[in-house]
Design a protein around this ligand. Sequence first.
Ligand SMILES: CC(C)(COP(=O)(O)OP(=O)(O)OC[C@H]1O[C@@H](n2cnc3c(N)ncnc32)[C@H](O)[C@@H]1OP(=O)(O)O)[C@@H](O)C(=O)NCCC(=O)NCCS
Length: 146
Amino acid sequence: MLRSDAVKNDSLYEYYCKVEDDYEKKWEKKDFYSFISNQDNIFILSHPKPLGYLKARVARDEIEIISIIIDKKFRKVGIGKSLLNKLLDIALKKKINNIFLEVSVENQIAISLYKKFNFIKVGKRKNYYFQNGRYIDADIMRLTLF
Ligand SMILES: CC(C)(COP(=O)(O)OP(=O)(O)OC[C@H]1O[C@@H](n2cnc3c(N)ncnc32)[C@H](O)[C@@H]1OP(=O)(O)O)[C@@H](O)C(=O)NCCC(=O)NCCS
């Protein structure tokens, strides 16, 4: 788990919940703390202001990005890029070979962000998401570091 040193552990859940978005249902407090207490998981909160976060998990020499969420009032000002840069620092230190993620084929904004970091599409999961009463495919994307 990684967090901004400026934030006390007790306040972390509060900050996480304050990030306003319509994308992800916030986890229950116990699930959140169970996630961040596992050393194989990564939680990066933007700082100095908590306006976005990234969740990921490490498995051997790979990282899977679970989600990256920026407060809807503070998008398109570079916070997503800064969180991904922070994840890259961590990945390089840990000598991670590949970073993977799944993204809805309809989420062109996120796909554009990932492409800026040289993620490439390596596969597809059919009917991976269920949104507004219909199934949507996901692209699997990979960034190879070593
Ligand atoms: C996807 C998301 C994380 C991007 O975060 P962000 O802080 O707004 O992104 P940044 O400001 O760092 O922009 C990075 C790149 O993303 C792309 N991007 C961001 N907003 C965009 C927009 N409105 N239209 C098109 N491209 C956009 C661009 O490629 C941009 O690079 P540029 O500034 O050089 O043009 C944010 O929009 C978000 O939280 N969306 C909802 C949740 C989500 O879809 N998460 C991803 C799947 S888990």
